[in-house]
Structure formats: structure tokens, C-alpha cells
Design a protein around this ligand. Structure first.
Ligand code: C2O
Ligand code: CU
Ligand code: CU
Length: 466
């Protein structure tokens, strides 16, 4: 029956994963060596998730984008001690969407995600089948989790080996679903890719071979009203998009999903040290080989869903993002000396770092509630980026609608439900969200930059809803 509780079991542990044939590295994963299973969460049905921590250090599991109360949100307060199991129980009521889950321990989210802990969380209510969208998992509906990693000469994961990594850890190898350079074989029909940028700090500007057009059908937290035709799609860390590719006339051909970073990324920061060679070039991520069509292909509808527009019923709030000044760099180097790790097994430090990034001139402090919201309120938040580099902004427990970027309407592919956004230098973004679940003082929600080294180094705040 519909009211029967559906159960899920996740076991966090270490293992060895093959990034490509012959290249083995120690990683962490849920129910395996790296990443985790895609959880299918039926909208409206009670679920219970058991998360066992098999690591030798505490962690948390956060349901990114899920509308759950603060007690079930898996933020920094919800530590799962080594050997313990945390049980989450709730009922999701929000539109069908591709969300995700990952650790969120204070000051250690960067190394924990980097070690391999991330998975997809699919809220399902049957909309894709009703619309006739491609929905055969692994056939024409494909998860594409994009991450960059740095390995040492012995193939071990390296985290933050140099001072500039405090600005955001970036790697020189690109993994799709935990593997380097995989080949995706798909039928010659409409293909749906569920893109998740699960990288710690890198922004991707997705494109296809020959600048072939594709269609964005969903943003972070739900479908758009109608498909948006694009040739490029910028996704910052933690952002998702579902895209449709028309492969009907491409049988026997191959194409690449790549990032045209050179076209946009250098302009996002004033510091040359923030960007590496990949930020200044174009590079391939995933080879797609097109095979014979099956008989069950999906379609691209003209109209997807109706999105009710939110109306504010409470006051608004303003947030200012600031980064470390360049004259503070020696501080960053000290911080780094404390944070240096050489593999998942040693990724347990990360404490005692000096905060470097702030929101409203405040650094994340677990003892401080930064904002108090009324349960049932719908508020406009305005976020201004006063830093010298681009940041992101993510809010727990809700989804938002972007009202404006520097006073102008957002691009069409951002006009649906979001929970994370990119904010360029000197940009002001206004968005509106409804806060319909409680978050008490002992389990508050977070708002933060999702560039994980920024989040771990101060750029996060806590809010209650009551
Ligand atoms: Cu993806 Cu505070 O989280
Ligand atoms: Cu989140
Ligand atoms: Cu940031």
C-alpha cells in the first residue's frame, strides 16, 4: 500500500576503486568503494533511511535539496559517530527532481566528499512517465556525476597540496560516476542526462561536439515549465540539470560531452591563482557512442509543468559574501599546513583552520544562530557578492525561485526550482523561498557557499524556522 514505509540502507565505508583500468585508489563510498546508489524516493510515501558509519571518524549524511525538517536534514549537528547508525524518517512532498546526498560535518565536508561520498536522490511522482520523457534508467536516462580529482605519483587521492587550494580544491582528472573517461553506449533516440556537478570547487560549462544544441528540462529541484534550447550550460558545484539530446539521426556516430571552461571561467575571478589550466581550456568529459534505437524511446514535450510563482508574506533579508584579502595569504598557508592530507585514511584533520570566507562578516560558528525565520513564511533573500571571485549560495530545507540577477530576469534555464546558485563578482541575486518545515535551535538549517573549501573555511550560516 501507499502508506507502507519504504526502507533504505546506506553503509559508509572505505574501499579501493578503479578510476580507470589499472588505476586503483583508496576511496570512500556508500554501499561500495566510491559514491553511492541512486535512491528513488517516492513523493508522498513515508521513507526510512538507515545510515551506518563504518569509517573511523564521525560524519553526517545530508539530503541536499530535500524539504525535510531540520532534525532530519543531516547538517553539521547530526554527527554519526564511528560504528553508529542514524535513522531518518520523513515523507517527501515536493516536485519530481534530481537531488543528491553527501556528508556535511563542520570543517570536513570538503575532504569527505572528495574521498568519494556522494550519491543521487531522485524524488519521483511519475511526471517523467506522464510526459513521455526518456525514463529507462541506464538506457536512455543516465546519471552523470561530474567530479575532478588530483592523484599523486602512486595513484592516491591528494587533497589540498598547495596554498591556492584554499580557494577551492581542483583536480586534473575528470571522473564521471567515479570513473575516468568512461564510454557511454546509448540507443539512437532521445537521451536524458542527469548532470550533477559534485566537484568540490570547479565550475563546468557543458557543451557537445560540434556545439550541437541540447534541451534543458530541469534545474536543481524540478522541471522547467518548458524545455530551453542551449549550446552551453554553466553548472557550479552542487547544481544539477537534466538535459535531453536528440540522437535519433545519429546511429553509428559518437559525440563528446565536454566543458568549454575557457569561454567563461577566467572572467569569474580577479585572481589568476583561482583558475588552473582547465579553467582556461576546453576538455572532454564523456564519450557517447550511439547504437541502434530501441522501441521504447521517449520524447521532448513542448510543455513540461506549471510552476506556481511564490509571493512573499514576510520581510526580506540581505547577505554579503566576502573572501579572504590577498594580504591574508600567509594565514591561508598556515591553515593549509594544518589541513594537509594524503589519502582518505588520513582525511580526518581539517580542524583548527582559520576562517577565510564570510557571510555578513560572520564566520560559521556552530554556537551561533545567524537568522531566525517564522514557520510558514515566504521570504525574499538578496545575496551580494562583494568578493574577488565567484561564489555559490545554497539554502537547506527548501527550493527557491530566482527573481533577478543584477535587476534582470534570470536566464530561462534558471527560471524553475533551484536550491544552489552561482553568484559572479559584484552580482546581486534575489530569490524567494517558502519555509514550511521546522528547524529548531539544536538542528538548524544551513545556508552556505557550496565550494566546499569555502564552506569549510567560514562561508556558512545557520538559521532556524519556528
Ligand atoms: Cu549540499 Cu549544505 O549542502
Ligand atoms: Cu543542502
Ligand atoms: Cu565560495
Amino acid at each position: 500500500g501507499h502508506d507502507k514505509v519504504r526502507e533504505y540502507h546506506l553503509r559508509i565505508g572505505g574501499g579501493h576503486s578503479t578510476l580507470h583500468p589499472g588505476l586503483e585508489t583508496a576511496t570512500w563510498g556508500y554501499n561500495g568503494a566510491v559514491l553511492g546508489p541512486a535512491l528513488r524516493i517516492p513523493r508522498g510515501q513515508p521513507v526510512r533511511l538507515y545510515v551506518h558509519n563504518g569509517l573511523d571518524q564521525s560524519t553526517t549524511t545530508h539530503w541536499h535539496g530535500a524539504h525535510v525538517p531540520g532534525t532530519m536534514d543531516g547538517g553539521p549537528q547530526s554527527l554519526i559517530l564511528p560504528g553508529k547508525t542514524w535513522t531518518y524518517g520523513y515523507t517527501i512532498d515536493q516536485p519530481e527532481a534530481t537531488l543528491w546526498y553527501h556528508p556535511h560535518p563542520a570543517g570536513r565536508t570538503g575532504p569527505h566528499v572528495y574521498a568519494g561520498l556522494a550519491g543521487l536522490y531522485l524524488v519521483e511522482d511519475g511526471t517523467d512517465r506522464r510526459l513521455g520523457l526518456p525514463h529507462h534508467w541506464g538506457v536512455d536516462d543516465i546519471p552523470v556525476i561530474v567530479q575532478d580529482r588530483l592523484l599523486d605519483a602512486r595513484g592516491r587521492l591528494v587533497y589540498m597540496p598547495q596554498a591556492m587550494d584554499v580557494m577551492g580544491m581542483k583536480g586534473n582528472r575528470f571522473l564521471i560516476n567515479g570513473r575516468e573517461s568512461p564510454i557511454l553506449k546509448v540507443p539512437a533516440q532521445w537521451l536524458r542526462l542527469r548532470l550533477l556537478n559534485a566537484s568540490n570547487a570547479r565550475i563546468y560549462n557543458f557543451a557537445l561536439t560540434g556545439d550541437q544544441t541540447f534541451y534543458v528540462i530541469a534545474s536543481d529541484a524540478g522541471y522547467l515549465e518548458s524545455p530551453v534550447r542551449v549550446q552551453r550550460l554553466l553548472l557550479a558545484p552542487a547544481e544539477r540539470a537534466e538535459i535531453l539530446l536528440d540522437l535519433r539521426a545519429m546511429e553509428g556516430k559518437r559525440l563528446w560531452l565536454r566543458s568549454d571552461s575557457a569561454a567563461v571561467i577566467p572572467g569569474l575571478s580577479l585572481h589568476p591563482m583561482d583558475s588552473d589550466q582547465f579553467d582556461r581550456s576546453n576538455f572532454n568529459l564523456l564519450e557517447i557512442q550511439v547504437d541502434t534505437a530501441t522501441s521504447t524511446g521517449g520524447q521532448l514535450p513542448d510543455h513540461l509543468v506549471d510552476i506556481p510563482r511564490l509571493q512573499a508574506n514576510a520581510g526580506s533579508r540581505r547577505f554579503t559574501l566576502r573572501g579572504m584579502a590577498m594580504d591574508k595569504m600567509p594565514l591561508a598557508q598556515q591553515a593549509l599546513a594544518k589541513a594537509l592530507h594524503n589519502g582518505p585514511a588520513q582525511m580526518s584533520m581539517g580542524v583548527g583552520r582559520e576562517p577565510l570566507f564570510s557571510i555578513n562578516n560572520q564566520y560559521m560558528n556552530m554556537q551561533v544562530i545567524n537568522q531566525r525565520l517564522r514557520l510558514g513564511s515566504t521570504e525574499i533573500w538578496e545575496v551580494y557578492n562583494d568578493a574577488e571571485m565567484a561564489h555559490t549560495f545554497h539554502v537547506h530545507g527548501t527550493s527557491f525561485q530566482i527573481l533577478s540577477r543584477n535587476g534582470k530576469a534570470p536566464p530561462a534555464y534558471e527560471a524553475g526550482w533551484k536550491d544552489t546558485l552561482l553568484i559572479r563578482r559584484a552580482e546581486t541575486v534575489r530569490f524567494i523561498a517558502h519555509y514550511g518545515h521546522p528547524a529548531p535551535d539544536d538542528f538548524p538549517y544551513m545556508y552556505h557557499c557550496h565550494m566546499l573549501e569555502h564552506e569549510d573555511n567560514g562561508m556558512m550560516g545557520q538559521f532556524t524556522v519556528s
